[in-house]
Design a protein around this ligand. Structure first.
Ligand code: NAP
Ligand code: G4F
Length: 325
């Protein structure tokens, strides 16, 4: 296959950086869209910084998206950029709607005008299922979002389906359940726990404050999920695919497992429950069924709960030990 060109939004984030590494490995010419910040935020790109090209742009700004698509002429466009933290979406609902919802529409418009043959991947989310009435959730499960973030992702999802139907564009949604890694932002619960536990084990912190520890999620390992993202755009036809492990575990279980990895069995004395981390409306339990992705894309999640906790805690123990006090 001749070299292909990919444009990735959200390239500085967890998934964007892993996807850029995968595509570089596969011989793609990779463009990463980066918004202007007062201090550049390219830590996750250190391995491949000289192997990808950076394009300035912002999902809030139609002109920059038009220009990014026009000048890169991509074969594949991966929209991974978003205001992606559910918790903050309650305090910044309009910004979240603008970036996470309308931002996807702006990108679709740019592709429709400047590269209509390009294949588009939209980072949809299990948060769209929200208040679920069945388990496990698959591509036919109704949406009932429980946060401004979830609402914005539902908007973006349907915009993608609409551009597929209205303009015959190749647009696919990956409805991915939570996936984590040592590159996960520190505000998300698994990383907050792995970092917090490592600090306690190393004597750098005394306690770890958490919200609703009874919430349950289907947690997978991010580097495996970017393989699914890529496979979604290699399929013969566009469509919507769930990515999940099929297992659900509580925040409490993840906390216990993380402490166990760090060699601390009696961990309850270190954890403080603080209601400030509770959300106005919570998603209590998510568990996905990705048999469509297994059947049509040949993808299954390999890394499960205990191994994931181990990878994350060991990475934080190593990072924090190297930092000294
Ligand atoms: P992440 O680490 O938070 O990365 C988000 C990316 O979006 C960052 O590169 C960020 O850039 C960029 N971004 C934010 N606002 C932007 C704007 N206005 N214009 C351009 N770029 C902007 O998220 P992730 O975990 O990698 O997730 C990737 C995508 O998958 C997101 O859309 C997320 O909502 C979705 N998703 C994630 C999961 C999961 O479990 N990880 C599950 C389902 C769906 P800065 O570095 O400049 O902030
Ligand atoms: O780690 P979280 O913040 O992730 P959440 O809300 O599930 O969203 C993540 O996964 C979605 C896929 O379903 C993505 F679309 C989204 O972009 C993001 O990547 O919270 C997980 C659970 C929640 O129920 C939360 O209430 O953990 C609970 N939790 C309990 N204590 C906490 C805390 N969450 C955070 N962030 N911090 C806590 O102290």
């Amino acid at each position: 296959m001749p070299n292909r060109t990919a444009l990735i939004t959200g390239v500085t984030g967890q998934d964007g950086s892993y996807l850029a590494e995968l595509l570089v490995q596969k011989g793609y010419r990779v463009y990463g869209l980066i918004r202007r910040l007062s201090s550049p935020n390219v830590t996750h790109l250190s391995i491949i910084r000289d192997k990808i090209e950076i394009i300035d742009g912002d999902l809030m700004d139609q002109t920059s998206l038009n220009e990014a698509v026009r000048c890169t002429s991509p074969d594949e466009v991966y929209n991974l950029a978003a205001q992606s933290f559910v918790g903050i979406s309650f305090g910044q609902p309009v910004l979240t709607g603008e970036v996470t919802g309308l931002g996807a529409l702006r990108l679709l418009e740019a592709v429709k005008s400047h590269a209509p043959q390009a294949r588009v991947y939209q980072a949809s989310s299990s948060e769209m299922f929200g208040h679920v009435d069945r388990e496990p959730q698959d591509e036919s499960t109704p949406f009932h979002p429980r946060s401004p973030y979830g609402v914005a992702k539902v908007y973006a999802y349907w915009a993608c389906v609409n551009y597929r139907e209205a303009y015959s564009m190749f647009v696919s949604n990956g409805i991915l359940f939570n996936h984590e890694s040592p590159r996960r932002g520190l505000e998300f619960v698994t990383r907050k726990i792995s970092d917090g536990v490592a600090r306690i084990a190393l004597g750098k912190a005394q306690t770890l404050s958490l919200g609703n520890v009874d919430a349950k999620r289907d947690w997978g390992y991010a580097p495996e999920y970017v393989e699914l993202i890529w496979r979604t755009l290699q399929h013969s036809t566009p469509g919507d695919f769930v990515g999940a492990t099929g297992e659900s575990h509580s925040v409490r279980e993840f906390t216990g497992e993380a402490f166990r990895v760090a060699g601390i069995e009696d961990w309850s004395k270190y954890v403080v429950i603080d209601s400030k981390f509770n959300r106005p409306s919570e998603v209590y339990n998510l568990r996905g069924d990705s048999s469509k992705a297994a059947r049509e894309l040949g993808w299954t999640a390999k890394t499960k709960f205990k191994e994931l906790a181990q990878i994350m805690v060991e990475a934080d123990l190593k990072r924090l030990s190297q930092q000294g006090s």
